[in-house]
Ligand binder design. Structure first.
Ligand SMILES: [Zn+2]
Length: 383
C-alpha cells in the first residue's frame, strides 16, 4: 500500500463559497475551543483530556451552538483528531505547542468519507451541491480523504489523499519491448497489440462541418460564439478520449511489467514529415510516454529509452541476421539464418529490449532511417 496526494483547484459559486465559509468557521471554532479547554484543564489539574472526553464534549457543544450542526459532523470530528495529533507531536517534541487558528490564515477542513469525485470534474461533499473541480491529472488509487482549503488570496483547493493498491503489480521481473506505431498504437514483444483508435481522424467529418459553419458566422454575433463553442467541444472530446485510452494502456503495461524498453521520441522525431504530422499528433506519443513514466514510478516499472536508430524491423532478434530486402508489405517473415518465423512488429519490439540491455553491438546503431515511413508500420494503402 502506498499513499498519493493530489491538489486540484476548485471553483465554488457564491452559494457554495458561503457554505464553505461556514465549514471553515465551524472547524476553526471547534479547534480553538478544544485547544482552550485542553490548555485550561492541563493548567488546573496537570491532566490532559483524552479524545473520548473530547468527543463527548463536542456533542454537548453542538446542542449549545446549533449552527455547528449545519456542517458535516465528520469534519468536526476530524478537526478534533487533527488537534489530537498536534498535541501528540508536541509531546513527542516533534512540533511546537498547537496554535490558535486565525481567520486571516489559510482556512481548511477535512472530509474523511462520504465524498464523491466524478470524472467530468465535480467534487461532491456532504451537505452541499457538487463543486466544480479542475482535475488536471489522473487520480490513481482509492481516495481516502479530502481537505478543502482557501488561501488568504481567496483561491480554493481540494487536496485528495489516495491509497494505492500496488499488490496487483507483482514483482515478476517481466520485461517488454514496446514499439509505438501509427498502424497499431503499440505492440509489445509478447505479441500484444493495441489498436490506434485515431480519434481525431474519426472526428474530422463532424469537425469540418462545424468549422464550415463557423467560418460563415458574422463577427460579434451570438451564433459565432455558439459555433466556436461547438468546435471547441469536439476538440475537447477527442482529447479526453485519447487521454482515457492512453491511461488504460499505460496502467496495464506498467502494472504487468518491471521494465519497458521503448524508442525515445528523438528517434520518432526523425520520421516527422508533413504528410504524417497530423497522424503523429493524433497518436500523441509524448503524452503517452509521460504517463508511462509516472505510472512506472508508482508501480515499480522502469522505462528504458532506446535513443539510437537501428534497423529493428530488419534485424532478426534471435540471431542478429539483417534482412535487407524486408519490404513494408511483408508483415511476417522467416529468418534465412535461424529459420525463425517473425511477425515484423513483435520482432522489432524484441530488438528494443535487446538494444536497451546492450545486447546488440553499438555499431548496429549507426544506421539512419532511409525510409522513415517504414518504422511507423504504415502500409502505403492506409497511409
Ligand atoms: Zn535469425
Amino acid at each position: 500500500m502506498g499513499n498519493k496526494a493530489y491538489k486540484f483547484r476548485i471553483y465554488p459559486n457564491n452559494e457554495q463559497s458561503a457554505f464553505l465559509a461556514k465549514c471553515f468557521g465551524c472547524s476553526r471554532f471547534v479547534y480553538n475551543y478544544f485547544l482552550r479547554v485542553t490548555t485550561d484543564a492541563y493548567a488546573e489539574s496537570k491532566k490532559s483530556l483524552r479524545y473520548k472526553e473530547w468527543a463527548k464534549l463536542l456533542v454537548k457543544l453542538k446542542s449549545e451552538f446549533e449552527w455547528l450542526t449545519e456542517v458535516n459532523s465528520q469534519s468536526l470530528q476530524q478537526t478534533l483528531k487533527d488537534l489530537k495529533s498536534a498535541f501528540t507531536r508536541f509531546f513527542k517534541k516533534l512540533g511546537g505547542f498547537p496554535n490558535f487558528k486565525k481567520r486571516s490564515n489559510r482556512q481548511s477542513f477535512r472530509v474523511p468519507q462520504h465524498f464523491l469525485i466524478s470524472e467530468n470534474g465535480f467534487l461532491k461533499l456532504p451537505k452541499m451541491t457538487p463543486l466544480k473541480m479542475v482535475i488536471h491529472r489522473e487520480i490513481l488509487g482509492t481516495p481516502k480523504n479530502v481537505t478543502i482549503s482557501k488561501t488568504p488570496s481567496g483561491k480554493y483547493y481540494a487536496s485528495i489523499v489516495t491509497e494505492l493498491d500496488i499488490a496487483h503489480a507483482p514483482l515478476n521481473g517481466n520485461k517488454i519491448g514496446l514499439d509505438l506505431g501509427l498502424k497499431e498504437f503499440a505492440i509489445t514483444s509478447n505479441g500484444e497489440k493495441f489498436e490506434n483508435p485515431r480519434y481525431f481522424q474519426k472526428s474530422l467529418p463532424r469537425l469540418k462541418v462545424r468549422q464550415r459553419r463557423l467560418s460563415r458566422k458574422q463577427k460579434g454575433s451570438s451564433n459565432l460564439d455558439k459555433s466556436r463553442l461547438s468546435v471547441a467541444k469536439i476538440h475537447e472530446k477527442v482529447a479526453n478520449q485519447r487521454q482515457d485510452y492512453q491511461h488504460k494502456i499505460s496502467r496495464k503495461l506498467t502494472c504487468e511489467n518491471q521494465a519497458i524498453s521503448v524508442e525515445s521520441l528523438n528517434i520518432k522525431g526523425m520520421v516527422k514529415n508533413r504528410k504524417l504530422a497530423k497522424h503523429i499528433s493524433d497518436v500523441a506519443w509524448g503524452n503517452f510516454l509521460t504517463m508511462l513514466e509516472y505510472k512506472g514510478d508508482i508501480y515499480g516499472c522502469e522505462i528504458r529509452y532506446v535513443d539510437r536508430f537501428f534497423p529493428s524491423s530488419k534485424r532478426c532478434s534471435n540471431c542478429g541476421y539483417i534482412k535487407e530486402d524486408l519490404t513494408l508489405a511483408i508483415r511476417e517473415w522467416q529468418c534465412p539464418e535461424c529459420k525463425k518465423v517473425w511477425d515484423r512488429d513483435i520482432n522489432a519490439a524484441l530488438n528494443l529490449i535487446l538494444f536497451s540491455e546492450s545486447k546488440i553491438p553499438l555499431e548496429e546503431g549507426k544506421f539512419t532511417p532511409e525510409q522513415p515511413v517504414e518504422r511507423l508500420g504504415i502500409t502505403r494503402s492506409s497511409g
